[in-house]
Design a protein around this ligand. Sequence first.
Ligand code: PRP
Length: 205
Amino acid sequence: MITVALAKGRLAQKSIELLEKCGLKLDELKVETRKLVLFDESGEYKFVFVKPSDVPTYIERGVADFGVVGKDTLLEADRDIYEMLDLKFGKCRMCVCGYPDSLKKAGGILRVGTKYEKITREYFGVQGKTVDIIKLNGSVELAPVMGLSDVIVDIVESGKTLEANGLTVLEEVCSCSARLVVNRVSLKTKKGLLELLETIKENID
Ligand code: PRP
């Protein structure tokens, strides 16, 4: 059996659609349920639904053989797993955002609100800037609005959250999209995994 870890939320639906295109029968996954472990029709594939940031953990530990996760989460997690395919959906940008003059106006050490501490430290680190990173877990756009931080580092997809809160993109850190990640041992030992990865590759839009 092959176990697949999917990130609950934005990427799960697209991941299921892609796997169906590859011939998997996943009707059970589309029914509203609180179950966290589900199977395809043949019983060959087991699916676990986890928080996005936990996908790399499940893959690294070998509890799941492969999974789908955003490049943003992957960069932040920095785990010993193979990033095999760019699935080309879930496209977004990791950006420094704030008010138009936030970077210029901030005196002293720049205060940065973010869910992505590692990405933020590295981004400003290569510029030789020391920043005060304020770790947040959601609604990050609120930080500059409330004066908790000067800027934020966060993902921008449609840009609507920024716009609705009077903020704007100041610098782009990197672009992100959904990635297929694989456990190192599974790649060598799981029968059928390489074949499935080939089929997935052929079906990426
Ligand atoms: C993400 C991100 C932004 C928003 C960007 O938050 O942190 O807030 O989406 O999307 P947009 O550019 O299309 O508006 P998410 O919805 O994951 O919720 P969160 O605030 O709980 O992190």
